[in-house]
Design a protein around this ligand. Structure first.
Ligand code: UDP
Ligand code: MG
Length: 333
């Protein structure tokens, strides 16, 4: 347990969101003041922004010592930015929210209330999603349902990374250092008493999504492959089914040859079978390749992220780094 008097750490991963940062910090300060919660920190994790986000974060931190910032050395991705925030948070509870104000700061008190009722994990569930494309909404809904069907981990539907974790749950989560980081799944996996907070997701304050289709597909694959071995089992069953079909066909050919004395003519069917089996084999190899790639990534043992600079954390020594967290930042306090 931390001996810190801090009650709440709010982690905000952000990537090229300069126009949102000041507004977000202001709304968080106002909301927490309204419930007389003063012992908190806001940790902005800048995920390699290439605009003037850094200057804005430095200014916000200089104005209010509760605002801190971590600058990652490049764009590591949303899930890794959240991990960096978790590793540096010192509060008794930790809340993650997006920088774009889609997660309204005004409902933070609902999360804190549920935590006060004894829940270690409080997760936001989206009742509606304003300002998001049909494609985004339907692909996300389909993804959550498919993930639920594929995995045994009880990952709640329509819940993003807007979450609060108690210190106890956080300490446990911080020990999971795997590279296929699907934080929503990891949070469900650790268990503990969990409760939802329902909310209407607002439209982006400004700008476009920082999750292009490429990043969405990567996240979906990480989620499925890290939480399910079903694709491998399907591959095995496809193989078995192929054997059964082949044996049936072979029996038919032999029967025709024995009874009628003529072999079945069949260049077309031969080509079809060859192509079909070839494709199945390549697909199965591809599925295996996805798992092998992840094993390879894992054994390289590289840090999950690199912090090149910290703002507002003071010059005091930090706790020893967790495995998988880079120590580079310690050279530049
Ligand atoms: N983000 C990040 N790194 C990335 C992509 C996104 O830190 O590589 C941040 C982004 O700035 C935002 C949050 O993650 O605060 C969620 O991203 P976004 O709002 O673009 O996702 P969406 O809400 O469209 O799913
Ligand atoms: Mg968003």
């Amino acid at each position: 347990m931390s001996s810190s008097p801090l009650e709440l750490s709010i982690i905000v991963p952000n990537f090229n969101e300069p126009a949102c940062l000041e507004e977000l910090a202001g709304r968080i300060h106002a909301t927490l003041a309204s419930i007389s919660l003063h012992a908190y920190e806001i940790i902005f994790v800048d995920d390699g922004s290439q605009d003037h986000s850094r200057e804005i974060l430095r200014t916000l931190s200089a104005k209010d010592s509760r605002v801190k910032a971590l600058f990652l050395s490049r764009n590591f991705g949303h899930q890794f930015a959240i991990t960096a925030g978790f590793d540096h948070a010192r509060g008794e509870a930790v809340l993650v929210m997006d920088a774009d104000l889609q997660d309204p700061p005004e409902i933070i008190p609902d999360f804190v209330k549920k935590w006060g009722e004894g829940f270690d994990i409080v997760y936001g569930v989206r009742l509606s999603r304003a300002g998001e494309s049909w494609f985004k909404r339907s692909s996300s809904a389909a993804f959550y349902r498919m993930l639920r069907a594929l995995t045994r981990t009880n990952i709640p539907l329509d819940s993003g990374d807007f979450k609060l974790l108690s210190r106890q749950a956080m300490n446990m989560l911080n020990q999971l250092r795997e590279r296929s980081r699907f934080m929503r799944g990891l949070v469900s996996w650790i268990g503990y008493p969990q409760a939802p907070v329902h909310y209407h997701r607002a439209a982006r304050f400004t700008g476009e999504t920082r999750y292009p289709v490429r990043k969405m597909v990567k996240l979906a694959l990480d989620a499925i492959l890290a939480f399910s071995d079903l694709p491998l089992r399907i591959a095995t069953w496809v193989g078995f089914t192929g054997i059964v079909v082949c044996l049936a066909y072979l029996s038919y050919i032999l029967a025709v040859k024995i009874m009628l004395g003529t072999p079945v003519k069949g260049w077309t069917s031969l080509v079809a079978i060859t192509v079909f089996i070839g494709s199945v084999q390549l697909t199965v190899l591809g599925v295996m390749g996805q798992y092998v790639e992840r094993i390879y990534e894992e054994i390289k043992g590289r840090p999950l992220y690199i912090v090149m600079e910290r703002e507002g954390f003071g010059d005091g020594p930090m706790d020893p780094p967790l495995p998988g967290a880079s120590t580079a930042s310690r050279l530049h306090p």
